[in-house]
Ligand binder design. Structure first.
Ligand SMILES: Nc1ncnc2c1ncn2[C@@H]1O[C@H](COP(=O)(O)OP(=O)(O)OP(=O)(O)O)[C@@H](O)[C@H]1O
Length: 345
């Protein structure tokens, strides 16, 4: 995975410092806190990934920053200012927010969706119109083609770009992003990640980005907070340090599984077949197939994109040899984890 050069340069002051101080959330009726005494210092202009398994409290932690969820105790400071002292609505206008479900209003045009916050802030119509066009350009959508459309007339990836444009509308110093690209297929997701990374290098917002995808965390993050249950920080470090010096077995587990997926992009189906046997062809592959020269990653991507749990493997003449399924791919990864098995999977 290539990581653009120069990203470790000192961040410009495009963003604001965020401090989480002993932040705790206890939902009513729950015996355990969802977030337990979390402290974190995020520099202005830094992009921090919150990475952890489902239910570990990532979203709760993030939503306490813009007070969509009120902390039970602890503080959030933005540029030294305690957000609990601010009016929540006013606070949220100063913080961009992008979520997986996009949240575009279906009955508003793209321009109206992007212009929502500037309108609430009382900007003049002509200023809003200019800003909308500027933002559409910024996220790679031709303003004349897209400003008058409705969300349903855009693809998922295009809608997600509009979601990012909308969050940037009033030029907020802080952006919160909750699995923003999670609902898109792997190829679109990679495009969106690349574009977003380029954009962030220009804008240098302070961004807190929730993900459970380790590859995404590695690709985008200046630093990654690997979280355990209750958002307890297992390691908060640069991607390089997390890969080269995982703090413990828990962090090493993330590194290991991501490495397996990455290796899949280097392993051809022919290589894999030296280590595992194919399943019988079956008739439920939905017409999907890969050949021996394709990679295991190609097979996984095709299965995920099409919602199938198996794919046919064909020979040079297109004859079906058998099928590959997730059980066999896991078997391959398990072998890769064994001594002497590092070259597979
Ligand atoms: N409103 C609520 N009331 C009670 N419990 C809640 C509420 N919201 C979340 N929780 C619980 O708090 C814990 C943390 O939830 P949270 O959504 O922050 O996790 P997450 O890491 O973002 O998960 P995911 O990756 O699945 O979105 C979970 O156990 C969840 O069930």
């Amino acid at each position: 995975m290539s990581r653009p050069a120069g990203r470790r340069s000192a961040p410009a002051e495009g963003g604001a410092r965020i401090e989480l101080v002993a932040l705790t959330k206890r939902y009513p009726g729950q015996s355990e806190p969802a977030v337990d005494d979390v402290s974190m210092d995020i520099a202005a202009g830094e992009l921090v990934m919150l990475l952890g398994p489902s239910g570990c409290g990532k979203t709760t932690t993030m939503k306490m920053i813009n007070r969509l969820i009120e902390p039970t105790s602890g503080h959030v400071l933005i540029n030294g200012e305690d957000v609990l002292r601010l009016d929540p609505a006013e606070l949220r206008r100063r913080i961009g927010y992008v979520i997986q479900q996009i949240g575009l209003f279906p009955h508003l045009t793209i321009a109206e969706n992007i212009g929502l916050v500037p309108r609430l802030l009382g900007w003049k119509a002509v200023t809003i119109a200019a800003r909308v066009d500027e933002l559409l350009e910024l996220v790679g959508l031709d303003p004349s083609a897209y400003r008058g459309r409705y969300p349903r007339q855009l693809s998922g990836g295009q809608q997600q770009r509009v979601g990012v444009a909308r969050a940037l509308a009033a030029d907020p110093p802080v952006m919160l992003m909750d699995e923003p690209f999670g609902a898109t297929d792997p190829i679109t997701r990679e495009h969106l990640q690349t574009e977003f990374h380029k954009l962030q290098r220009e804008l240098r917002k302070t961004i807190v980005f929730v993900t459970h995808d380790f590859d995404e965390a590695l690709r985008l993050g200046d630093r990654i907070a690997v979280l355990r249950e209750r958002s307890v920080i297992a390691q908060f470090d640069t991607p390089e340090r997390i890969l080269s010096a995982p703090a413990d077995e828990y962090v090493a587990g993330f590194v290991g599984s991501a490495a397996a997926i990455r290796r899949s992009g280097l392993t051809t189906v022919d290589d894999a077949l030296r280590h595992i046997a194919l399943a019988p062809p079956g008739d439920d592959s939905g017409g999907l197939s890969v050949s021996g020269e394709d990679t295991v990653r190609d097979a996984i991507d095709a299965m995920l994109r099409n919602g199938r749990d198996r794919i046919h493997v064909t020979d040079r003449d297109g004859a079906v040899l058998g099928s590959l399924d997730f059980t066999r791919i896991c078997e391959l990864w398990a072998r890769a984890g064994q001594p002497g098995g590092r070259d597979v999977g």
